[in-house]
Design a protein around this ligand. Structure first.
Ligand SMILES: Nc1ncnc2c1ncn2[C@@H]1O[C@H](COP(=O)(O)OP(=O)(O)O)[C@@H](O)[C@H]1O
Ligand SMILES: [Mg+2]
Length: 267
C-alpha cells in the first residue's frame, strides 16, 4: 500500500458511549502505509480482542490510541476525547509488546508499578506536583501496592524488572496499568510467552476490569482465549476487515478474510 484516500472528516459529535472512535484513519512508517482507511467504533465496556496476521497493523493501531504514534490523517477519539486529552486525563493504560521494552533498564518492579501513578500525581494540586517522582504521595503508593497484590508480585517489589520471568514481567506491566486506574486498557500480546498461572491472574483481572464497566482492547493470537474472554472481535489486515461478536468472527470464513494473505509485507 502506498496511496490512501484520506478524508479528514468534519468535527463529529463525540460520544462517551464509545471507548474508541476511528474514522478514515491512516498511519505510515517513512511513507509506507501500515494502516489505511480504518473505521472502527468500540463501545465502552467491551472486552475487545484485536486479531490479524503478523504485520497487519495491530501494534500500530494501539500506538495510535496511546498517542505514541500520530495518524497520517483521519479522526480519532478515545473516551470521546482527542488522544492528547485522553492521555492527560490518564484515560488510557498501555501494556506494550514484549519486544518494545528494554529489559536491561535498571528499574525495580515497585518503581515500574508506581510509574502508573505519575500522571495522577502530576495533575493533583499543591506543592507535590513540583516534586520528583520519588516523593510521590502515600495515597499513590497504597494504590500501587494494591495493584501489586492483585497481580501477586509484592514479593518481587525490589527486584530489577529484567530479572523476572516472562509471565512475571507481564504481571508487572498489568499492575502498572491497574495502578493507573484508566478507563481503557490497551494490551499488546499480553499472553505471549506467559506461564499458565500468570495467564490466569492476568485474564481474571481483565475480566474484573470489564465487569466494573471499563474497556479492554487486547491484541492476541490466542483464539481459544478470545472465545473464552472477549465479547467483541476486530480483525485487522492493513485495515479493519471484520468486526463482531466472537461467534460471528471466529468462523473459518470470517478468519479467512483477514488471514488468507498470510503475513503482510510493506508494498
Ligand atoms: N518502527 C517501524 N518502522 C518501520 N516499519 C514499521 C515499524 N513498525 C511497524 N512497521 C511496519 O508496519 C506494518 C505494521 O506493523 P505492526 O503494527 O507492528 O503489525 P502487527 O502488530 O500486526 O504485527 C508492518 O509492515 C511493519 O513492518
Ligand atoms: Mg505487533
Amino acid at each position: 500500500m502506498t496511496t490512501t484516500a484520506c478524508i479528514n472528516p468534519a468535527t463529529r459529535p463525540t460520544s462517551v458511549a464509545h471507548a474508541v472512535e476511528a474514522h478514515n484513519v491512516a498511519a505510515d512508517y517513512a511513507g509506507i502505509l501500515a494502516l489505511d482507511q480504518v473505521n472502527l467504533d468500540i463501545q465502552v465496556g467491551r472486552f475487545t480482542a484485536i486479531i490479524g496476521p503478523n504485520g497487519a497493523g495491530k501494534s500500530t493501531l494501539l500506538k495510535l490510541l496511546t498517542g505514541t504514534k500520530r495518524p497520517l490523517c483521519g479522526y480519532l477519539r478515545v473516551c470521546g476525547l482527542p488522544i492528547a486529552e485522553a492521555r492527560k486525563a490518564n484515560a488510557v493504560a498501555y501494556v506494550p509488546q514484549e519486544t518494545a521494552i528494554d529489559w536491561d533498564y535498571p528499574i525495580t518492579v515497585q518503581d515500574v508499578v508506581l510509574s502508573g501513578r505519575y500522571g495522577h500525581s502530576r495533575i493533583e494540586g499543591g506543592f507535590r506536583r513540583f516534586l520528583p517522582p520519588a516523593f510521590i504521595g502515600h495515597r499513590h503508593r497504597e494504590i500501587a501496592q494494591r495493584a501489586m497484590q492483585a497481580m501477586q508480585i509484592e514479593d518481587l517489589a525490589q527486584r530489577p524488572i529484567g530479572a523476572l520471568s516472562g509471565g512475571q514481567k507481564k504481571r508487572v506491566f498489568l499492575a502498572r496499568s491497574l495502578a493507573q486506574e484508566p478507563r481503557i486498557m490497551l494490551l499488546d500480546e499480553p499472553l505471549a510467552g506467559v506461564d499458565r498461572r500468570s495467564e490466569g491472574i492476568i485474564l481474571e483481572h481483565l475480566k474484573r476490569f470489564v465487569a466494573a464497566g471499563q474497556t479492554v482492547i487486547m491484541v492476541t493470537h490466542d483464539l481459544p482465549t478470545v472465545r473464552d474472554c472477549a465479547d467483541w472481535v476486530v480483525l485487522i489486515s492493513g485495515t479493519v476487515v471484520g468486526v463482531g461478536e466472537p461467534d460471528e468472527m471466529l468462523t473459518p470464513e470470517a478468519l479467512e478474510r483477514g488471514y488468507h494473505r498470510g503475513e503482510r509485507t510493506p508494498a
